[in-house]
Design a protein around this ligand. Structure first.
Ligand code: FES
Length: 170
């Protein structure tokens, strides 16, 4: 059974390990924030900036070096939405499952991404190009169902258009 925050994608791929250089950089980040208020959050932000996300191995280093229980770090990473414990793709697809989008077919978009592109929520394509997240309302309810790819918002999306939409990202 996976523990909360285990760094595996929805497709079950293992996360990349932490090499010794990265490990040293994490230690430097920890030293630089030693004694500062909110140090664990700052450290996690900087480690995520370094690696791109927070793999379990990185949290283990932070836990050991800062003497903070791993469970506490998982609590922080799951509380703040800007932390991610899974790798993100070059393009992050966010499908809205807020009430309006859900009613207008948001779940069908997720199902279609799953079936046609092998993308599950929290997962990433094998080439690292796309990753998928679900979100709750991105403020375009009148044009639902909506999905965002990085900064672009696509409105009134039909599953039949997904191939064309994703195909426009190179
Ligand atoms: S519910 Fe999807 S944009 Fe508001």
């Amino acid at each position: 059974m996976h523990q909360a925050g285990e760094t595996r994608t929805a497709k079950g791929n293992a996360s990349k390990g932490i090499d010794s250089k990265t490990s040293q950089q994490i230690n430097k980040i920890i030293e630089a924030t030693d004694g500062q208020a909110g140090a664990p959050i700052r450290v996690l932000q900087r480690v995520q900036g370094l690696i791109g996300y927070l793999p379990r191995e990185a949290l283990e280093i932070v836990s050991r070096e800062m003497r903070i229980p791993l469970s506490e770090l998982y609590g922080i990473t799951s509380f703040y939405s800007f932390f991610s414990m899974v790798p993100k793709g070059k393009y992050v697809i966010q499908v809205c499952l807020g009430t309006s989008c859900y009613v207008k077919g948001g779940q069908r978009i997720i199902d279609s991404l799953n079936k046609e592109f092998g993308l599950e929520s929290g997962g990433i394509t094998p080439d690292g190009k796309f990753s998928l997240q679900t979100v709750r309302c991105i403020g375009c309810c009148g044009l639902s169902p909506v999905l965002a790819i990085n900064e672009d918002v696509h409105r009134k999306v039909k599953p039949s258009r997904l191939k064309e939409i994703l195909g426009s990202y190179r």
